[in-house]
Design a protein around this ligand. Structure first.
Ligand code: KG4
Ligand code: ZN
Length: 340
């Protein structure tokens, strides 16, 4: 079984050829650099860049995998959530290939795909488990009873945690994307230098909030600017912000595991690349007797391997989509929410 995966929801153009469940014959990810100087993704530039590179990338993937387009059995493509113009580039390409090659098509939800990236691990996590899904658009704690069946235990009530990294980085004059920039700056900083708030950490619910933390950074930066500038303490600001965000994620994740007596915690999404989170969550989970699983770095951020794997999962469960599937920007998650 050979699956072609295509991902163009934001600012990464990615193509994967997945043989069976885990073997990646080719996996190409092109990060657009166009947005760096704007401090965030410019949608029109993103869709134009996808348009320019997607077909050459598809060709390159087939070349690398040493196979022909006729040999694929399935095409998976991200439908949303994401930037509509960018999604359309991937979807039109996938539909054209499906029609011309007469192959089945599956439209993939990008959020579920982040979680299913973990199915590509040598030893994929066995449900039941709690998943912490942390990306630029989502911050979710999910109960996974079996793959494909989800119950939302908690979520951010405002900014997603990745979004707060991006916004804090911008305030500190760091480049986009903010997560890696903050992490790098934080490496030489003191995480206790600034006492930033840990919003909702004492709240018994599993919901989170990150907009107050971002605002606290803003006020601190403004005060420091009035007093002469913040560059001397940039590393301390980054480290203190990162420590606050990471502590909230760890507390809420472990509380979610305790609440439903889960022994395994699976992390997914771009923020799962953060080393401070990886180290401290592993340490704290070990102490609590919980096994924590992170995908490798290239499967945390946006990639087509997770799209191919998710398409394969649904195909094997008897689903195929018509060529009428459409892109969606938001509002795609119909997963139920726990009532506690
Ligand atoms: O999952 P992803 O690639 O795209 C979305 O679906 O949103 O996540 C992107 C987010 C960005 O907000 C980025 O700043 C954040 O993940 N991120 C990080 C790190 N690497 C990426 N956040 C913290 N530390 C990192 N090392
Ligand atoms: Zn993503």
């Amino acid at each position: 079984m050979l699956t072609l995966g295509i991902e163009t929801s934001c600012d990464e153009t990615s193509v994967a050829l997945l043989e069976g469940e885990k073997k990646l014959l080719s996996h190409l990810i092109l990060s657009q650099m166009e947005h760096e100087r704007f401090g965030g993704v410019v949608p029109e530039l993103a869709s134009r860049a996808h348009q320019k590179v997607l077909l050459p990338l598809v060709e390159q993937a087939f070349g690398e995998a040493k196979c022909k387009p006729e040999e694929i059995d399935l095409i998976g493509v991200t439908l949303g959530p994401g930037l509509i113009g960018s999604l359309l580039v991937g979807i039109c390409t996938a539909k054209t290939l499906a029609l011309s090659l007469d192959k089945p098509l599956i439209g993939v939800n990008h959020v579920e795909a982040h979680l299913m990236a973990n199915l590509l691990l040598e030893e994929p996590p066995q449900p039941p488990f709690v998943a912490l899904l942390i990306s630029g658009g989502h911050t979710l704690l999910i109960k996974v009873d079996c793959w494909g069946q989800y119950l939302i235990l908690g979520r951010s009530r405002d900014d997603a945690v990745g979004e707060s990294f991006d916004k804090a980085a911008k305030m500190l004059g760091l480049v986009y994307p903010g997560g890696p920039a903050i992490e790098k700056a934080a490496a030489s900083g003191n995480p206790e230098a600034f006492a930033f708030p840990r919003p909702m950490i004492k709240d018994p619910s599993l919901d989170m909030s990150f907009s107050g933390l971002k605002t606290a950074v803003l006020y601190e930066v403004e005060d420091l600017k009035k007093a002469g500038g913040f560059y001397g303490v940039l590393a301390d600001l980054a480290a203190s912000f990162q420590a606050a965000a990471v502590e909230v994620l760890i507390e809420k994740s472990l509380r979610a595991c305790a609440r439903i007596s889960a022994r395994t915690l699976v992390v997914a999404g771009g923020v799962a690349r953060n080393k401070d989170l990886r180290e401290n969550l592993t340490l704290r989970s070990d102490r609590a007797g919980i096994k924590v699983i992170f995908p490798p770095f290239n499967l945390c951020t946006d990639n087509a391997a997770m799209i191919a794997r998710t398409a394969l999962f649904h195909f094997r469960n008897g689903r195929t989509d018509s060529l009428d599937v459409r892109a969606y920007a938001t509002g795609s998650l119909d997963w139920p929410t726990a009532s506690f």
